[in-house]
Design a protein around this ligand. Structure first.
Ligand code: PMP
Length: 399
């Protein structure tokens, strides 16, 4: 009964976006297309163990001490260099803030810009964890629909004219979570021009950026930013290991300084044992070579999932065609409720987990879609899981 004392922002009719997202399923033949999990067999475990030993051994007991909030300089140097290689001109170690996963970066940016009732725009659908973070700051959301080449900017500009107070736009331009869509080059450039004209900030969240399996890489939105309006956010979770809880952002000095203050207040510093281990790994290993190995395996899985979904899902299912990342998005007729199907059919009868669409929308109001992950499953699970999904969604089943 102490809940009457809880802050108003926690009192929502909706379930938690992240807790309960993946229902319990202990069946031996369970297949999960749910979470955005990397393929465990691809973690470079031995190299990471050696890196940990080195990180701890090098500095002896000093490793176990408090450190600077910004994290090891060697790691920020490495990331600044990587940012410059990716077209973010002049990025320096001082522009980088290490965060507790990309998730903390989203939370800190939300904390910096959003007061209750402030207006922000998001892609619809959007990454569920970002919405969970934003929800806590009680913004007024404007939902901008996605097209095959990224967010609909004509629609967005209309919204900006009608709602000039929009101050923040959150986007996942590369292999979007949940849809897998990539924003075109022209849209990246126009988006920055819109931010300048209508005075808002862009949070460019790109944990999948390096994981392209087909086609040519595109410049980041941040690479077109001349006014410091774009915050570039990425993470080691998908390209190395999520267990380090290590992400980073590149921001202009004005923004970064405030984010440092907020990070100090939140958790004082990035865990040094994680950051030191990753720094030691990067000193002795070629991250791009490792990413190359991931891409070889994930390319085969992506192609297998594309084929399996096309083969087994009903002909009228609209299936996205990602060129990288971790996810496919499926849209079905309006009569279909994927949340209900998950609980009534998928988990208990087919032993299959996917993520229903509702949690990817600010108002939980679209029930006819679902997200499937393909990186965490084996090739045979991909085929078998898609067959099960096909049965769940088949017209006979739904009558
Ligand atoms: N942003 C996006 C788009 C994601 O998909 C994820 C992880 N699923 C994150 C941020 C957060 O990941 P992490 O905190 O592990 O870096």
């Amino acid at each position: 009964m102490l809940s009457k004392l809880f802050a108003k922002r926690t009192k929502t009719e909706n379930p938690s976006r992240l807790q309960g997202l993946f229902p319990e399923s202990n069946y031996a033949d369970n297949i999960s297309f749910g979470g955005g999990c990397p393929d465990e067999s691809l973690f470079p475990s031995q190299a990471l163990q050696a890196a940990y030993q080195k990180a701890v051994g090098l500095e002896k007991s000093h490793s176990f001490q408090y450190h600077d909030v910004k994290g090891p300089a060697a790691l920020r140097d490495y990331l600044a260099n990587r940012a410059r290689q990716q077209g973010i001109a002049n990025a320096s170690a001082d522009d980088i803030l290490l965060t507790a996963g990309g998730q903390q970066g989203i939370d800190l940016v939300a904390k910096l810009f959003l007061e209750a009732g402030d207006e922000m725009a998001v892609e619809a659908p959007s990454y569920v964890g970002a919405l969970a973070a934003f929800d806590n700051y009680e913004p007024v959301y404007h939902e901008i629909p996605l097209e095959d080449d990224g967010v609909n900017l004509d629609y967005f500009e209309e919204q900006l004219k009608q709602h000039p107070a929009i101050k923040l736009f959150y986007t996942v331009p590369d292999f979007h979570n949940p849809t897998g869509i990539t924003m075109s080059l022209a849209k990246r450039q126009r988006l920055v021009a819109l931010a300048e004209r209508y005075d808002f900030v862009i949070l460019e969240d790109t944990p999948y950026r390096d994981l392209r399996y087909h086609g040519e890489s595109l410049p980041s939105i941040k690479s077109f930013d001349t006014e410091g309006r774009v915050i570039f956010l990425s993470s080691f979770s998908k390209i190395l290991s999520p267990a380090f809880r290590l992400g980073w952002l590149v921001a202009s000095p004005e923004i970064k300084e405030q984010l440092v203050n907020l990070k100090l207040a939140a958790d004082l510093e990035v865990p040094y044992l994680a950051a030191g281990t990753v720094a030691a790994y990067l000193a002795d290993n070629d991250l791009d070579e490792h990413i190359g190995q991931l891409k070889q395996v994930y390319r085969v899985k992506l192609d297998a999932m594309a084929k399996a979904l096309k083969t087994y899902l009903p002909a009228d299912a609209k299936i996205s065609q990602p060129e990288g990342g971790f996810f496919f998005w499926v849209e079905l007729g309006d009569e279909i409720d994927t949340r209900q199907l998950l609980l009534d059919e998928a988990v208990p009868k087919e032993h299959l987990i996917y993520v229903p669409s509702a949690s990817f929308y600010p108002n939980w109001d679209k029930n006819n879609g679902l997200r499937v992950n393909f990186t965490g499953s084996s090739l045979s699970q991909i085929d078998e899981g898609a067959q099960r999904l096909g049965r769940i969604l088949s017209p006979a089943q739904l009558q």
